[in-house]
Design a protein around this ligand. Sequence first.
Ligand code: C2E
Ligand code: MG
Ligand code: MG
Ligand code: MG
Length: 285
Amino acid sequence: HARSARAARPTWFDSGMERALIERSELEQAIRVGIDNGQFIPLFEPQVDLATGRLTGFEALARWQHPNRGLLSPEIFIPVAEEMGLIGPLSESVIACALDDARDWDPELSLSINISPAQLSDLWLAQRLIRLLTERNFPAERLVVELTESSLFADIDLARNLIVSLKNQGIRIALDDFGTGFSSLSHLRLLPLDMIKIDRSFMASVHVDRESAAIVKAVTTLAQALDIPVTAEGLEDAQTFDMALTLGAQTGQGWFIGKPMDAEAVTDLLARRRSQTEPAARRIG
Ligand code: C2E
Ligand code: MG
Ligand code: MG
Ligand code: MG
């Protein structure tokens, strides 16, 4: 009986599930093709010094330039690429592209890249990144690697080894989306971090919600004591920008300052800024 049961098509396998599986395998196949064809590209979100408005750098954010569906957000493809074990090659192709784009910008400007928790188990990650910098002739001192709290504190020894290898080359490390994980503030002293990025979920409510403001203030106060600069994410309006500065963040990024833009728009922006004589405006976009 077991044999015939196995051969029969299971009744729970309805057409909706079948459809979902086909779509999923199509998506997986499309991601593979996309990596091979350079369809994963970076956009660049500007980062500024809050007190002076000076541009400090850009964060590279992956987009999928899909042949018939347009520009797709990382929410759609990063989780699938992670599950498929393709996040490494996907990220590398985006990073390589970002290094090529950013190489000729003002050498003072940093370039931040994102590394997924799923990439941390790759013991060759640091070597791969360092090799990519050499191949693309990009100075390590300009690169900032963003790692999330949850990925770092899941295996602190692994994280420390990675961070030390990268820092030995001159690469800086930012703790991304701080506050969204489950680590405590005291964890901050365990790793040699160069920057802490406060997640935009705290910034979103900071001018209406006293608790969010208190959390941000606590983070910046401790970070200051540890000598680690703080960036505020998700600054969407003038009030949030001002609050970020008041609460002790040094730098910031968000739609008020400028939305993620393509490399060509960055080049235009830099040319405009160079020809500008008056002090930089807070808004960029
Ligand atoms: P993240 O590193 O925290 O990136 C910031 C995200 O917030 C970006 O979304 C950005 O577009 C968005 N954002 C920036 N300013 C604002 C704002 O003022 N308001 C709002 N509502 N959103 C804002 P995006 O590009 O969709 O990226 C989402 C996440 O995907 C990133 O979060 C990052 O964790 C991941 N990601 C993006 N690119 C890559 C990549 O190349 N490799 C890897 N591994 N992960 C990536
Ligand atoms: Mg990031
Ligand atoms: Mg972030
Ligand atoms: Mg975030």
